[in-house]
Design a protein. Structure first.
Length: 142
């Protein structure tokens, strides 16, 4: 299993819907304890930064993010496509309210979904101090 799941989402126009959903499910399987490998796949925004962490209670977080120029429309497009794909591929997920806890971006959009013990989040943060916009895909296993 690779992180191709998250990367392919940003290439939506060239990919079939079924492939994206299959890749996203692979990433969710990883969040539930499966193997994890970061591949060398490149997209327009470059290779994502990805990490996996586990807390003391056994929770596990898979986090990937892509960096764009500050308020670049490509960041907004990537965020919207990623969110649409998560909603379509996990149509059985419950929409959650946005978490208001955030580390001081200039603007912030968050979409959250619960599917069993997993919370899948897609977010866009604009940070002027860094001259960057960041798109995040986060999967938390509770």
């Amino acid at each position: 299993m690779t992180l191709r799941a998250a990367l392919v989402l940003l290439l939506w126009p060239a990919m079939a819907c079924a492939d994206i959903c299959s890749d996203l499910r692979d990433l969710v399987d990883h969040a539930e304890g499966g193997d994890f490998q970061i591949s060398q796949i490149e997209i327009a925004a470059g290779t994502p930064e990805c990490s996996v962490s586990q807390d003391e209670r056994g929770g596990r977080t898979t986090l990937c993010f892509w960096t764009f120029a500050y308020r670049d429309t490509a960041a907004t497009t990537a965020f919207e496509r990623l969110d649409q794909d998560v909603r379509r591929c996990f149509s059985d997920a419950t929409i959650l309210p946005a978490d208001s806890t955030v580390n001081h971006p200039d603007s912030y959009q968050l979409r959250r979904y619960q599917r069993g013990r997993l919370v899948i989040s897609v977010s866009l943060k604009d940070k002027a101090a860094l001259s960057q916009s960041l798109v995040f895909l986060r999967i938390d296993r509770q």
